[in-house]
Ligand binder design. Structure first.
Ligand SMILES: NC(=O)c1ccc[n+]([C@@H]2O[C@H](COP(=O)([O-])OP(=O)(O)OC[C@H]3O[C@@H](n4cnc5c(N)ncnc54)[C@H](O)[C@@H]3O)[C@@H](O)[C@H]2O)c1
Ligand SMILES: [Zn+2]
Length: 352
């Protein structure tokens, strides 16, 4: 597949990894670091090395897996490790992992000695179609997601579906939600095609189109001043439900499961506050419920959810702002919505 060019860097698909070794050598980096988590060092690093003709000339930095480790304490540990290994400004960091690793590794690289080069090799579906594209790096502070971060582009991104073979089904389904979002906000035909796609078969998933959509949007508006906000469809309510679930549920929702709930609620909001039609809402609701487990949004959580939505960093002047569908495949942004409508949309989801 043809690489996609984005502002200042290139996204390579499939077989692109083969060329990475040459690219590293031609840049004459003083040192190469590979950042992994405990799972990707076990299942993805051997695949990565085999693609690069048994590549060995790097130092490995391994962290614990999971969102709870995407924080400043881990960054400090990794910055110190880089110092111990005498990393200088001509060093390269390769982030080999899911969104936690590409977000945190990008942040560490973009700030270490005021910035060193980094490359993203995303290994989850979510990080391939979303987190590794667009230049947002970041870490969480307490329960606030992505509170601190930078907009810094990697030198390159390598998207290789071979990695997805070891990914658990629930993680595949989580990433698939971002692809559904790309269809809903920008390409109705793609959304229709996804409906007939088996998400459990990585070879059948059209990752390329998803990355193309995200890349088009972030190239037009890299710093999220306007158009990029459409990528937040489903996320205002989805993030709140995700945070609440993380803090209160024994088996918390994944990001994808939470934003899928957000799609249904925000599609319901789009009926009253934008031009989405009732049949379109019905279609979206039915499709989401056919794929994602039904969750009960507890009535006693509604106030907390509203508070969480108010703390969303995309708000302006204290107003909760939504990106809403005008139709399936078309999205608008900066929509103010009455609190009563938000609560009705939660009730709508529960009633399905
Ligand atoms: N920067 C952005 O624009 C952006 C966009 C969307 C999401 N994100 C961030 O991405 C993160 C979520 O990413 P994620 O869902 O990839 O989570 P993750 O990085 O935690 O990965 C999920 C799990 O899968 C494991 N894993 C990774 N690759 C594997 C493989 N090939 N085989 C087996 N196991 C594997 C990981 O070790 C982890 O346990 C969140 O922190 C979110 O904020 C960032
Ligand atoms: Zn998301």
């Amino acid at each position: 597949m043809e690489p996609l060019t984005s502002a200042g860097h290139t996204l390579y698909f499939e077989s692109g990894l083969v060329a990475l070794k040459n690219l590293i050598e031609s840049h004459q980096y003083s040192k190469v670091f590979v950042l992994t988590d405990e799972h990707t060092s076990e299942v993805c690093l051997p695949v990565f090395q085999s693609f690069l003709e048994d590549f060995q000339e790097f130092d490995l930095i391994e962290t614990a897996a999971g969102e709870e480790n995407k924080n400043i304490d881990f960054c400090i540990g990794i910055w110190k490790t880089l110092l111990d290994f005498e990393a200088d400004r001509k060093s390269l960091m390769i982030n080999l992992g899911g969104g936690v690793i590409t977000d945190m590794g990008g942040f560490i690289a973009s700030t270490y000695k005021r910035g060193i080069d980094f490359i993203n090799v995303p290994t989850t579906l979510l990080s391939q179609v979303d987190a590794s594209v667009g230049g947002k790096t970041g870490i969480d502070v307490d329960t606030v997601k992505n509170m601190v971060g930078t907009f810094t582009l990697p030198q390159m991104v390598f998207i290789e579906t071979e990695f997805l073979k070891t990914l658990p089904p629930r993680e595949l389904l989580s990433g698939f939600a971002e692809m559904i979002k790309h269809g809903l906000i920008a390409d109705k035909a793609y959304y229709e095609r996804l409906k007939t796609t088996d998400y459990l078969n990585p070879a059948a998933i059209d990752i390329y189109r998803s990355v193309e959509i995200k890349n088009e949007v972030v190239t037009i508006d890299p710093h999220e001043k306007n158009l990029r906000k459409i990528l937040n469809f489903g996320h205002t309510i989805g993030h709140a439900v995700e945070s609440y679930s993380l803090a209160n549920d024994e088996n918390p929702l994944t990001h994808g499961e939470a934003i899928a709930i957000g799609f249904v609620c925000e599609a319901a909001l789009s009926i009253k506050n934008s031009t989405l039609t009732q049949p379109e809402l019905k279609d979206i609701s039915e499709y989401i419920l056919s794929l994602y487990p039904k969750y009960h949004i507890r009535k006693e959580s509604f106030d907390s959810l509203l508070e969480l939505m108010k703390s969303d960093k995309k708000n302006e002047d204290g107003n909760i702002l939504f990106s809403l569908l005008e139709s399936t495949g078309k999205c608008t942004f900066n929509c103010r919505v009455a609190t009563a409508d938000i609560l009705s949309s939660l009730e709508y989801y529960n009633s399905l």
